[in-house]
Design a binder for this molecule. Structure first.
Ligand SMILES: NC(=O)c1ccc[n+]([C@@H]2O[C@H](COP(=O)([O-])OP(=O)(O)OC[C@H]3O[C@@H](n4cnc5c(N)ncnc54)[C@H](O)[C@@H]3O)[C@@H](O)[C@H]2O)c1
Length: 263
């Protein structure tokens, strides 16, 4: 994949899909800016990249805060003068029956999962479009299969991921003339703190599953490829969407669910 010497900002880089995306992109020669609210976790991601001979800088970043986005872009502008890609992976998942989901919790879900993507696309538009003049630029937004289908106890989360799906398409239409591609990625269950935590939350809120292991095994049995995803399954797809090989792909939704939603 043509990724060598690109500069890519990954949010949610301290954990799960974001961390693995940083490692995978760095292994392809990308210079990584790894941002997260969890500064220590972002530093650890960068140390792992540097230990393997890659280049990475960690940034503390609250993706819900416009000023924080401005600071992050300013650092990249000052240090590099260009940015070839943005991966919006920071997120959280509220798991609660609809009637028990307080409005504040619902709002928090939209702020972290939806406002963050909006703010990120606005904050990076200028530097991405300038960098895109020589070879294009790419934005990858993490949605979910729960942005395509409904799920019990996931009304707030589904609302947020459905919004990310259509926001990505709408921005892709406007960013096309700037040569910035925008796509959404839709994983099924991925074994990360968020993915496994959400299964445990479902059990805690009365879902009829005896244990976390049993819940993951139930998902695996219902998945045509017979297992839940690992972060690398998603990171490889994100890398493709950041690479030159996907230069004619924009406004699309790439499902990474082992066939779960094909049934
Ligand atoms: N794991 C899954 O099963 C799954 C499935 C579909 C989609 N997704 C989506 O993929 C993305 C990554 O999920 P993951 O499983 O890697 O989760 P994770 O919990 O492992 O990592 C999420 C990261 O986002 C960071 N974060 C949260 N709020 C933030 C904020 N305000 N500012 C900056 N950083 C913040 C956290 O600190 C954490 O490091 C999320 O958008 C999630 O909704 C995950």
């Amino acid at each position: 994949m043509q990724l060598e010497d690109k500069i890519i900002l990954v949010t949610g880089a301290a954990s799960g899909i974001g961390r693995q995306t940083c490692l995978t992109l760095a292994a392809h020669g990308v210079r990584i800016y790894a941002s997260d609210l969890n500064a220590k976790g972002a530093v650890e991601t960068c140390e792992e990249i540097q230990d393997a001979g890659g280049r990475a800088t960690s940034l503390q970043h609250d993706v819900t805060d416009q000023a924080s986005w401005c600071e992050v872009v300013e650092v990249i502008e000052r240090q590099e003068g260009r940015l070839n890609g943005l991966v919006n992976s920071a997120g959280l998942m509220v798991v609660r029956p609809f009637h028990e989901t307080e409005f504040e919790l619902y709002r928090r879900q939209q702020t972290v999962n939806v406002d963050s993507v909006w703010l990120g696309c606005q904050a990076t538009r200028t530097i991405l479009s300038r960098s895109a003049a020589s070879g294009g630029a790419s934005v990858v937004n993490l949605s979910s299969i729960l942005g395509l289908k409904g799920g019990a106890m996931h009304s707030a989360y589904c609302t947020s991921k459905g919004a990310v799906r259509l926001m990505s398409k709408a921005i892709a239409v406007e960013f096309g003339k700037l040569r910035i591609r925008v796509n959404s990625v839709h994983p099924g269950l991925v074994e990360t703190p968020l993915g496994l935590g959400s299964m445990q939350d479902m059990i805690d809120h009365g879902a009829p599953m005896p244990s976390l292991e049993a819940a993951v095994s139930m998902v695996a049995q219902r998945t045509p490829l017979g297992r839940a995803a690992q972060p690398i399954d998603v990171a490889n797809v994100i890398a493709f969407l950041c690479a030159d090989e996907s230069q004619y792909v924009t406004g699309s939704e790439l499902v990474v669910d082992g066939g779960f939603t094909a049934q």
